[in-house]
Design a protein around this ligand. Structure first.
Ligand code: NAD
Ligand code: UFG
Length: 336
């Protein structure tokens, strides 16, 4: 089987390519390198003993996509390519709609032309906005609060409409909760450019001395310690979820949305304590005002993933902390 992985040199994509290789699958990556580097390909090869085929192209370039589908015999697409910074999406909405929504549209058009009808899409818990109930199951109301979230929802809807129009299509929209950690080799991991927006890379950069202290955004939420609660999931568990989802394509299944989370919520202060304990390091922090747009709590009801594809998260919080620090301490400047 050959799998086309869009955005395959990125954080989650690179971990997924390693897992695909481990299943003996052939991988073709298409990425425009807007947020990743080709050195990732060397690292993937070191880990898995196999180098993915790499094509530098933008998914909005229909000709480039058509060429890929005609050159390779592709069975399914895993679609990671996209811009992902919530704040940036508020400041630059048209760039986000163009890259994420138009990019996905072009990809689906090329797939339709090539009669490739199986796709796994990187969706996000952000489609639940301020969640209707906790834990969040897939039937919770979908209501986004920023352009990035709206992009994800529109792409899901576009894929759902396609499945309604033609029963050959099979779509698995995986709604990720908060991916963290890195491959246990310490060779691949998250390499944010500039000041990290997300909690975990911020913590590891404080630990390595790149940043002075962590700002804890709010200690007055309606949570036991007042700081925000999220469902952190090890990126390797997430990657394995994509391999499991591929097995669903043995028959046409229409549109499926599936949460990928652990079902456990941890607060920001619990994350700090856990990182300090596991890695025997101190994380200086200050309590800062709430970050605009943040919600108090977000964690998954992950049972559907187990029921429909036999997947559940295996790695706990200690492993996430250990692997996140292993990657950061081995690569203080990321892939540079
Ligand atoms: P990432 O930025 O590391 O990877 C995305 C990759 O896509 C990058 O390599 C980038 O160069 C590429 N890309 C972007 N636009 C492209 C385009 N137009 N054409 C070709 N390549 C393009 O991000 P990630 O954390 O690995 O996220 C992967 C996917 O998962 C994204 O769609 C993201 O929205 C989604 N997601 C991520 C998180 C998270 O917290 N990391 C949470 C939920 C969902
Ligand atoms: N936080 C801090 N300090 C920081 C960074 C974050 O206290 O420096 C807090 C936030 O307030 C929040 C928690 O840590 O309570 C997690 O924040 P992240 O930015 O790591 O993650 P979010 O839950 O805000 O968002 C992430 C992705 C989104 C995605 C969402 C759900 O950034 O793209 O998870 O999957 F949509």
């Amino acid at each position: 089987m050959a799998i086309l992985v869009t955005g395959g040199t990125g954080y989650i994509g690179s971990h997924t390519v390693v897992e695909l290789h481990q299943q003996g699958l052939e991988v073709i990556i298409v990425d425009n390198l807007s947020n990743s580097k080709t050195v990732v390909l060397d690292k993937i090869e070191t880990i898995s003993g196999k180098r993915p085929i790499f094509i530098e192209a933008d998914i909005r370039d229909s000709q480039a996509l058509d060429d890929i589908f005609s050159e390779y015999n592709i069975d399914a697409v895993i679609h990671f390519a996209g811009l992902k910074a919530v704040g940036e999406s508020v400041a630059q909405p048209l760039r986000y709609y163009d890259n994420n929504v138009v990019g996905s549209l072009r990809l689906l058009e090329s797939m339709a032309k090539a009669k490739v009808h199986n796709i796994i899409f990187s969706s996000s818990a952000t489609v639940y906005g301020s969640p209707e109930r906790l834990p969040i199951d897939e039937d919770c109301a979908l209501r986004t609060t920023n352009p990035y979230g709206t992009n994800k929802l529109q792409i899901e809807q576009m894929m759902g409409d396609l499945c309604t129009s033609d029963q050959n299509w099979s779509v698995v929209a995986l709604r990720y909760f908060n991916p963290v950690g890195a491959h246990s080799s310490g060779l691949i991991g998250e390499d944010p450019s500039g000041i990290p927006n997300n909690l975990m890379p911020f913590i590891t950069q404080v630990a390595s001395g790149l940043r002075e202290q962590l700002s804890v955004f709010g200690n007055d939420y309606d949570t036991p310690d007042g700081s925000g609660i999220r469902d952190y999931i090890h990126v390797v568990d997430l990657a394995i979820g994509h391999v499991k989802a591929l097995a669903m394509f043995k028959q046409s299944i229409g549109f499926n949305a599936i949460n990928l989370g652990t079902g456990n919520g941890y607060s920001v202060l619990e994350m700090v304590e856990s990182f300090e304990r596991v890695n025997q390091l101190k994380i200086p922090y200050q309590i800062s005002p709430r970050r605009p747009g943040d919600i108090a709590s977000c964690y998954a009801q992950p049972d559907k993933a187990y029921a429909v594809m036999g997947w559940q998260a295996e790695k706990g919080l200690d492993q996430m902390m250990k692997d996140a620090w292993h990657w950061q301490s081995k690569n203080p400047k990321g892939y540079q």
